[in-house]
Design a protein around this ligand. Structure first.
Ligand SMILES: NC(=O)c1ccc[n+]([C@@H]2O[C@H](COP(=O)([O-])OP(=O)(O)OC[C@H]3O[C@@H](n4cnc5c(N)ncnc54)[C@H](O)[C@@H]3O)[C@@H](O)[C@H]2O)c1
Length: 431
């Protein structure tokens, strides 16, 4: 088709507004925002003013936008986790291609339903597994595919959530409760499950998992901890989760006013952030929030051909990012995404250390994954390519979502080993 691709952005939060809308400036010849939807008027007004979107195409909800005839070629579904399913299904029915934020859904059946609808309406559904598009993971994949380390036998991977990120998003923030968002292994780690299956090129046969909420609960509160950091908290000087220190002193006052500070207020000032800490969720003591998602979890998976994966997610890390060791029949690959290096050790040879920063110039947005993923979808639509052709797609994302959801079932059943084929039958999902 002739460009630019018309986009309807549904949900104007950290993803829809602060990330994807900005790509109009990056590739204006490929992308045009035709319509937007969000219940928050100020967000709609901001985006409409910047990109010249007529008022009649600015909607107060996804439901309103999707009730109209199709307004664009592709809908970017950037609403909260639990809304992805109704919004994705309605958009597919209207004939939109989709950029669909992860998780696809928190239910295996709904994931399968979206895949079925994508096939029925013959639409692209690109799931935002942005890590696949990063120079870091692309290079690891290239090294594996080159055959240097032989056949992969086992992988050890780690998601270092980092203590403050856990507190911000998963203790105080939108992903703190499983019922209103997703289990942690899906919310944070569906990316890891996706990458692990993609890199190994295998399907999971059996999975088991343990994990719990160890720290962020009332009985772990230090003596003298107040219910809010802005109250008379006796441990505020020593607590690494002191919200006033974190949002105001260490960030805002040092000119760092983007994420995560702008989640409390899109236009942060000391006054409005102080007010948010006094009254909103982000000022709550991490031991006295209403969170229930885990702060540590391990997953063991047996893949095709006896290949194994051992994955750990932990809040209790001083730095963030992902690390992994991939062990093959002829060598190993050790890699650290935060530090941007990959070490390839072929047995009997000097190891090669690759500085990932030399492989690309732009690492903005999830290690450079965000804009590369969007550009691929726009190109695929412009070139009228077959649905599912992208590096990610709904079909390619199903296995990782099933793996995460089955791991959560295992965790809730004391680490019971789950036979994936049987599990899929139980949920009547696609093979
Ligand atoms: N791919 C990734 O790596 C990645 C990273 C962060 C978040 N996410 C996912 O992206 C999604 C959005 O995350 P976010 O950080 O932007 O969240 P957010 O809370 O900042 O944004 C969500 C937006 O949706 C709006 N909304 C709520 N109900 C709506 C409705 N009925 N119609 C239209 N809009 C509605 C909210 O007002 C809000 O502006 C989540 O599912 C999240 O898990 C993915």
């Amino acid at each position: 088709m002739k460009g630019p691709v018309k986009v309807a952005i549904i949900g104007l939060g950290g993803r829809g507004k602060d990330t994807y809308s900005k790509y109009v400036n990056r590739f204006p010849e490929k992308m045009q925002i035709a319509a937007i939807a969000d219940p928050i008027e100020s967000k709609r007004k901001d985006v409409a003013a910047i990109y010249g979107i007529p008022e009649e195409n600015c909607y107060a909800s996804a439901e309103e936008l999707l009730a109209k005839d199709r307004l664009a070629d592709v809908a970017f579904i950037c609403t909260p986790d639990k809304m992805h399913y109704p919004h994705a299904m309605a958009a597919l029915e209207k004939g939109y291609h989709l950029l669909l934020e992860k998780p696809v859904s928190t239910s295996a059946q709904e994931c399968a339903d979206i895949a079925a609808a994508a096939h029925k309406y013959n639409r692209q559904v690109q799931v935002c597994h942005v890590l696949r598009y990063t120079p870091f993971y692309q290079e690891i994949k290239r090294q594996i595919d080159s055959g240097r380390i032989g056949e992969i036998v086992t992988v050890q991977a780690m998601e270092n959530v980092q203590y403050w990120h856990q507190a911000h998003s998963f203790v105080r923030g939108n992903w703190k409760k499983k019922e209103t968002s997703s289990p942690m292994i899906l919310a944070k780690c569906c990316h890891d499950m996706d990458i692990l299956l993609w890199l190994t090129g295998k399907k999971c046969r059996y999975v088991s998992s343990y994990g719990d909420l160890y720290l962020f609960r009332p009985e772990k509160a230090p003596e003298g901890a107040a219910l809010r950091c802005t109250d008379d908290c006796k441990v505020k000087d020593t607590c690494p989760y002191n919200a006033e220190n974190f949002y105001i002193r260490d960030r805002l006052l040092k000119g760092r006013d983007k994420w995560p500070v702008n989640i409390l207020n899109s236009y942060p000032t000391v006054e409005n952030i102080t007010e948010a800490l006094k009254t909103g969720n982000y000022g709550r003591c991490v031991y006295h929030s209403d969170n229930d998602v885990v702060d540590h979890q391990v997953v063991n998976a047996l893949l095709d051909d006896g290949v194994t994966i051992n994955f750990t997610m932990s809040a209790f890390t001083s730095t963030g990012g992902r690390t992994m060791k991939i062990m093959g029949t002829m060598g190993d690959i050790t890699a650290d995404m935060d530090e941007n290096w990959i070490r390839v050790g072929e047995f009997g040879k000097e190891p090669e250390v690759i500085d990932v920063r030399t492989l690309a110039t732009d690492f903005s947005g999830h290690g450079g994954g965000d804009f590369r993923m969007v550009e691929e979808l726009l190109d695929d639509i412009l070139e009228d390519k077959e649905p599912g052709c992208g590096l990610t797609s709904i079909d390619k994302s199903l296995e990782s979502h099933y793996l995460a959801l089955a791991a959560e079932d295992s965790r809730l059943n004391n680490g019971q080993s789950i036979n994936m084929d049987e599990w899929k039958k139980q949920y009547e999902v696609l093979a």
